[in-house]
Design a protein. Structure first.
Ligand SMILES: [Zn+2]
Length: 275
């Protein structure tokens, strides 16, 4: 490097252009961001990523390099972002993506929780879930009421998508109710299996569509803080194809197996009152 140029590089250019690097062994100038981040880019000005050795034309190089439409600034920004991530001053893109995904998961869970809670409330209070129209159902009325004090739920319910994506359609309600029912039954069976003995209570009735329905309950003793307590729990309606004794016995035994009730502990049966 000529001495005059060297002085200028040291005194002016390195101060004004912090991205410049000088290679002693090559006696050449590099633009660090362009060399490091421009290699894999379809950069038009290939000269940007090559070292500058033509010292006579160095100011022309700077002019070309810092043109407003130059890719140089893009690589400077990439280098700047890279350094911020390395110095922990800024979350990386993958971190940002993960946290926004976590946020979405959290929101979705919150929404599902509110929907499930509403269905449980309807069940607990013996309120019909459906109404004359879907919009005017008890379920939607309670959910909309909850949304008045819940921004996340409110945004979800008012977004212009079909009811399926909102998880409020009758199909989804049925699916959720089924899961709730199964969970409640599994809890009852777990408690029942912990007791020493239990009795089954079954009663058959004809429902409004003239199908034979058998209601099944479990009666067992539970050890509580207040001593032994008798629990009588409904576990489900079974559809009977026939009300003959043999068919009913098979249905009950199959159901005990299906619900994973410990049949060896069964000591009594009752066929009245479970209705
Ligand atoms: Zn550059």
């Amino acid at each position: 490097m000529k001495n005059g140029v060297k002085r200028k590089v040291q005194n002016v250019w390195f101060k004004e252009h912090q991205w410049l690097r000088y290679s002693v062994s090559e006696d050449s100038l590099y633009c660090a961001p362009c060399v490091l981040f421009g290699r894999n880019d379809s950069i038009k000005e290939k000269t940007f990523i090559r070292p500058v050795t033509d010292w006579t034309n160095i100011s022309g190089y700077f002019k070309r390099h810092e043109r407003s439409d130059s890719s140089h600034f893009r690589f400077v920004e990439m280098a700047d972002n890279f350094l911020r991530v390395i110095r922990n001053e800024k979350p990386s893109i993958s971190d940002t993506l993960t946290s926004s995904r976590d946020l979405q998961i959290g929101k979705n869970r919150h929404i599902m929780k509110r929907i499930i809670e509403t269905l449980i409330l309807c069940g607990r209070q013996n309120i019909a879930v459906r109404g004359h129209t879907e919009e005017r159902s008890n379920f939607m009325a309670i959910l909309n009421h909850a949304a008045s004090e819940d921004d996340v739920l409110s945004k979800h319910l008012t977004q212009p998508t079909n009811a399926k994506a909102k998880y409020t359609s009758p199909d989804i309600q049925n699916e959720i109710l089924k899961i709730i029912g199964r969970t409640i039954r599994e809890n009852i069976v777990r408690d029942c299996n912990k007791s020493d003995y239990f009795a089954i209570l079954a009663d058959e009735a004809t429902d409004t569509s003239t199908k034979e329905q058998v209601s099944l309950c479990l009666r067992f003793l539970e050890h509580t803080d207040n001593g032994l307590e008798v629990r009588e729990e409904f576990v489900g309606f079974l559809h009977a194809h026939s009300i003959r004794g043999q068919a009913l016995a098979t249905l009950l035994l199959d159901t005990i197996d299906e619900y994973e009730i410990d049949g060896d502990k069964m000591r009594a049966q009752g066929y009245d009152g479970a209705g």
